[in-house]
Design a protein around this ligand. Structure first.
Ligand code: FE2
Length: 332
């Protein structure tokens, strides 16, 4: 039988181009893919951009599958050179977050020259179910409210599995990533729904117990325990995945940097073992190790690596902002 998922793929592409990015006929859209990207996502987006009269360009870069030896946070120079010619950049790499974490993309976003949408490390499944089906106006409104109370001086995250981490966040800007990027300087992903920020370098301390899925490796068979001291990973224990992570922490420069804390706001996210889907879930927390440039941090690393924790209690300056999969958005 014909693959009917094409109907939903077209519907999502139409929503992304016309509503979430609000692409205008006089704008140019750059689509960045790698050799493992599901091409149906690329062609559907190009068709929708073209249908409203916008110009598009599709670029395909090599897949990056060797950790530590290839940069997962940088684009090839040939693509970096042309970024400024576009109002909208969409990253669709299947094997790395290169377009999302490239320092030039971050720079163009921070100086309000482009708007950016990430579909990196995602498949068609992320486009047609779960978090993709949320009401994005509502999800965005929730994220904006959360961002207002997310900024402060000190943050603490605890979970029933044993996470207990504190860090300073003074001066760090909370980034809203919730599907909508209609103005220059805004960025989003699809599917989406989170607020995140970097922690001040050298200030994260405590224990991280990862009981949700992790980037590139999926759901660990047993929780991974990571000890962080003064912003850096000092010990890792657990099962098979922990051993892989331990090796990467020792081999890849700056991978041991505690880079990001994020809280999900999407009520439709599924618990399916996919970190991109689960980290957006309402009241879920994720941390990242490695590169922090996109999050207004100061550390560059060839990789930015997310891990998900369930049922976090997140406290900013003594005020609980998330607890038991619920957000506390009431004004202080
Ligand atoms: Fe994040």
């Amino acid at each position: 039988m014909t693959d009917l998922s094409a109907i939903q793929v077209t519907k999502s592409a139409n929503m992304i181009i016309t509503k979430l990015l609000k692409v205008r006929p006089d704008e140019r859209v750059l689509l960045v893919a790698d050799t493992r990207t599901e091409t149906r996502m690329v062609t559907a987006l190009a068709a929708e951009a073209s249908a409203i009269g916008a110009e598009y360009l599709i670029t395909v870069m090599p897949s990056r599958e060797k950790f530590g030896t290839e940069s997962h946070t940088a684009l090839p120079e040939s693509i970096r050179k042309i970024l400024e010619d576009f109002q909208i950049v969409i990253g669709l790499n299947a094997t790395s977050g290169a377009p999302s974490y490239d320092s030039k993309v971050a720079d163009l976003l921070h100086t309000k020259k482009i708007r950016y949408m990430s579909m990196v490390l995602r498949s068609i499944d992320n486009w047609i179910g779960g978090a993709a089906t949320a009401d994005y106006e509502e999800t965005y409104a929730t994220a904006v409210k959360l961002a207002k109370i997310f900024e402060g001086k000190d943050i603490k995250v605890t979970t029933p599995a044993g996470t207990n981490l504190t860090a300073r966040i003074d001066g760090r800007k909370a980034i809203v990533e919730a599907g909508i990027a209609t103005e220059a300087g805004q960025s989003a992903a699809f599917s989406d729904g989170e607020v995140s920020l970097s922690t001040v370098e050298g200030t994260a301390n405590g224990t991280v117990v990862v009981d949700g899925p992790i980037a590139y490796l999926g759901l660990p068979r047993e929780p991974i325990r990571v000890e962080v001291e003064n912003g850096r990973v000092v010990r890792v224990s657990g099962g098979r995945e922990a051993m892989i992570l331990k090796e990467w922490f020792s081999k890849i420069e700056n991978f041991d940097n505690f880079a990001e804390i994020g809280v999900g706001v999407n009520p439709e996210s599924r618990r399916n073992g996919d970190f991109q889907e689960e980290k957006k879930g309402l009241g879920t927390a994720h941390f990242a190790f490695g590169d922090s440039i996109y999050y207004y941090g100061k550390v560059h690393c060839p990789i930015h690596f997310d891990v998900v924790m369930y049922e976090p209690t997140v406290t900013v300056d003594g005020r609980v902002i998330a607890e038991k999969r619920k957000l506390n958005l009431a004004r202080a």
